[in-house]
Design a protein around this ligand. Structure first.
Ligand SMILES: N[C@@H](CCC(=O)N[C@@H](CS)C(=O)NCC(=O)O)C(=O)O
Length: 218
């Protein structure tokens, strides 16, 4: 059976990044088709994706003649056909992992639209605003608490989909050099995530691309 991931531009598409990470971490083999949804090819490419998926967005996983759209569904599917270890077996921890995943998937914070993933690749970064710093601290406190409770090294103890879902957020914040001193467990967790082969593979391709300049980065 053929398996194709319609993915996104590596220095722009956070949703595709999450799905791709789960597939890679589970060593699921797939063919990757990068779909660039920026102008001028935007409408042509979105139309192509719309022929596959009612959501008309990337990522989309084409599994033979079955289409799985939405990053979260693809992440869970990767776990289901892989080792199954990317969600805790304990029902309570599993629910906790799902709570973190749902939080991320339903918007997380006001930080993500303001501090875009694209900006992580800009050679000159602006300072974070006090509001962004407050939002980031709220996330650091949540991650720190999770790591304290589980004992680490990842949020739920072992690596889970929750860690992978936060990777693009971690990258956009971390690249703006926040003060991580009060959050030592979070700092170690971030270092650990960024050192994973899967994350390094995506990021090495992303950093090769010309930065996607967004005019509202100021
Ligand atoms: N909830 C969706 C969101 C996917 C999404 O918004 N993808 C963006 C690219 S990162 C997209 O394709 N947007 C379509 C558009 O710009 O019209 C998911 O998790 O897969």
């Amino acid at each position: 059976m053929s398996r194709v991931l319609y993915s996104g531009t590596k220095n722009a598409s956070t949703w595709a990044f999450r799905a791709w990470l789960a597939l890679r971490e589970q060593e699921v083999q797939f063919e990757e088709v990068v779909v660039d949804i920026r102008r001028p090819q935007r409408f042509q490419n979105l139309q192509r994706i719309g022929e596959l998926s009612p959501a008309r967005s990337v990522p989309v996983l084409e599994e033979g003649d079955i289409i799985i759209f939405d990053s979260l569904a693809i992440m869970e599917y990767a776990n289901d056909i892989g080792s199954g270890e990317l969600l805790p077996q304990d029902p309570l921890m599993r629910a906790r992992a799902r709570a973190m995943l749902s939080w991320q998937h339903s918007g997380l914070s006001g930080l993500c639209p303001r501090l875009s993933f694209e900006s992580a690749f800009y050679p000159d970064k602006r300072l974070m605003t006090p509001e962004e710093e407050m939002d980031a601290e709220r996330l650091f406190a949540a991650w720190e608490g999770e790591l304290e409770q589980s004992g680490g090294p990842y949020l739920m103890g072992a690596l889970s989909l929750a860690d992978l879902a936060f990777v693009p957020t971690v990258i956009r914040i971390f690249s703006h050099a926040p003060n991580l001193q009060p959050w030592p467990l979070t700092k170690q967790w971030i270092d650990r995530l960024l050192a994973r082969d899967s994350v390094k593979e995506w990021m090495s391709e992303a950093t090769e691309l010309p930065p996607v300049v967004l005019s509202d980065y100021r």
